[in-house]
Design a protein around this ligand. Sequence first.
Ligand SMILES: NC(=O)c1ccc[n+]([C@@H]2O[C@H](COP(=O)([O-])OP(=O)(O)OC[C@H]3O[C@@H](n4cnc5c(N)ncnc54)[C@H](OP(=O)(O)O)[C@@H]3O)[C@@H](O)[C@H]2O)c1
Length: 258
Amino acid sequence: MNVIIITGASSGIGKEFALQMDAAFSNVDEFWLVARSRDKLKETAAAMEHKTRILAMDITKDAQLERLEDTLTEKNAVVRILINCAGYGLMGSFEKQNREEMLGMIRLNCEALTNLTHRVIPFMRRGSRIIQLASSAAFVPQPDFAVYAASKAYVLSFSRAIGKELSDQGIYVTAVCPGPVRTPFFDIAEKTGTTLAIKKYTFVSPRRVVALALKDSYRRRAMSVCSIPIKGFQGLTKFVPHEIILEAMMLLKKKGFY
Ligand SMILES: NC(=O)c1ccc[n+]([C@@H]2O[C@H](COP(=O)([O-])OP(=O)(O)OC[C@H]3O[C@@H](n4cnc5c(N)ncnc54)[C@H](OP(=O)(O)O)[C@@H]3O)[C@@H](O)[C@H]2O)c1
């Protein structure tokens, strides 16, 4: 049985992946939709033509990922594509963060993504693909978004490294690095702080991010960066010393651009 697994499929970018791939793929038997909210996953499934399997689970719980792995074995599944979208961010100063929520972000964005990727690779075949949601926050450290940016730097570094390891087996990995995307992400992220005002001019739709990510994954690109301002930001972080960028961010903050 050929399957596509999407985490975070109940909302935002993950849901958009499910809908666009449902329309584009014909040789897939089932989409496995993963998130905690069963009702929202049902809404995603109801909008799709393909057969779906709803896996309502908290992927930070190892026992739940073990169940997913057992189901892959039972169904003799071949995973054609794994998309790791589940994730959250928290803005605001590090010292004022709620410790449990902050550590939960590392558990979800880094540990669960790594755990699931490791469990799923044995079910992949030549031509299978992995799409990991990193962020443009991965390009440079970000004051007032410190743990989130560090977690996404992990995702980007990890994805590029395993992409090299897996390419001999014909498995391709793409790290998607969008800037701000219009999704419920900010309902959680802005509970504890605000985003740099300048970033608000760079918002893109999930539709655009996902369409490019699918193209880049198909072209076996290691990274997918959507929109000219974010490509410009990526270029800047390659050529300008990070200390100067960090000082500029702090200056913007002092001038009230947060
Ligand atoms: N939006 C942006 O501006 C932006 C920019 C760059 C990168 N990203 C990244 O893109 C990814 C998707 O974000 P989004 O914008 O689509 O945000 P979103 O709409 O808030 O979606 C987050 C998804 O993660 C799921 N999730 C959260 N905790 C989970 C858990 N413990 N176990 C399983 N699923 C869990 C949520 O579903 P449940 O609540 O039902 O579990 C939801 O489906 C994230 O990794 C985010 O960091 C977003």
